[in-house]
Design a protein around this ligand. Structure first.
Ligand code: PAF
Length: 300
């Protein structure tokens, strides 16, 4: 049973690189623009919205499903990361994806994990997520560069929830002159404000009830900074609120959009023409589950 309505176009599921390249080359010969959404599978409504966004920017959409071993640290959840390919492909189809690219580890890393040619993005990878998950962004940049070479898209879509990942990808695309556009998709949230994430399913019922405080605290942090509190003071209050709710906080900070620190003199500098844009970012653990979120705002 495919679950497809009669006449509905069937998504193509491809694991062979030559096949993928032939299909995309055919589309390009026909003058079609190709959109791409990289994923690690276990897809939810947030991923589906990225596919719909890719559709709005392209004639054909490819989504990849690949749980990338090189972006997980030794104590992270690579082996228990949920793998749900059948449901993922059905969801991609419903969202308007034309082709699901599902490479094996051998296709992605033909010389094995010891023989990986790495892409390392400097600067932005050393702070926040990069500082708490050493090597994570090297793994992300390494796999995304390969995926771009494999798929050859005209446009690729990434979610804003992974704010720092988006910055890393933009830097890499510019530095390595990948001939494609990057489009950012809005974070999708549950009705109570919790950002959608594959990791939410690890939360116990009790943790799930607490989890929306993450977004609430970002909103409070934004309001405090807008009301004139210094970032340091507002960050300390936000951290205390999360500690009190039962989170173990890795960081909760206010930064400039390029992730440079937002200091106390910023309001005065802003008067001198500097950007008023800010982003508040948080990473915190509830039990065994590590959640991240962010909120972009302006201090006008
Ligand atoms: O955001 C993700 O799901 C992953 O980091 C990505 C971009 C698919 C690379 O493995």
């Amino acid at each position: 049973m495919s679950g497809l309505a009669a006449g509905e176009p069937r998504i193509e599921t491809v694991s062979d690189l030559e096949w993928l390249r032939a299909r995309v080359a055919g589309w390009k010969r026909d003058g079609l623009r190709v959109g791409f959404v990289p994923t690690m599978g276990n897809l939810h409504a947030g991923h589906h919205s990225l596919v719909r966004l890719a559709r709005a920017h392209a004639d054909k959409v490819v989504a990849s499903i690949f749980v990338n071993p090189t972006q997980f640290g030794p104590n992270e959840d690579y082996s228990r990361y949920p793998r749900t390919p059948d449901a993922d492909v059905a969801g991609l189809q419903a969202a308007g994806c034309d082709l699901a690219w599902i490479p094996s580890v051998e296709t992605m890393y033909p010389y094995g994990l010891e023989g990986v040619v790495q892409v390392r993005v400097p600067g932005v990878t050393g702070v926040l997520e990069g500082a708490h998950r050493p090597g994570h962004f090297d793994g992300v940049a390494t796999v995304v560069a390969r995926l771009f070479h494999q798929v050859g898209p005209d446009v690729a879509v990434f979610g804003r929830k992974d704010y720092q990942q988006l910055a890393v990808i933009r830097y890499m695309v510019r530095e390595l002159a990948f001939p494609l556009d990057i489009v950012a998709g809005e974070t999708q949230r549950e009705p109570d404000g919790l950002a959608m994430s594959s990791r939410n399913q690890y939360l116990s019922a009790e943790e799930r009830a607490i989890a929306p405080r993450l977004h609430r605290t970002l909103l409070d942090l934004r309001d405090a900074v807008r009301a004139g509190e210094s970032p340091a003071q507002a960050e300390a209050a936000a951290r205390a609120a999360l500690d009190g709710a039962g989170f173990e906080v890795d960081y909760i900070v206010v930064r400039h959009p390029d992730l440079a620190e937002a200091g106390e003199g910023d309001a005065r500098r802003a008067g001198g023409g500097a950007s008023r844009a800010r982003v508040a970012l948080v990473a915190a653990r509830l039990g065994r589950t590590r959640l991240i979120d962010n909120l972009e705002f302006s201090v006008d």
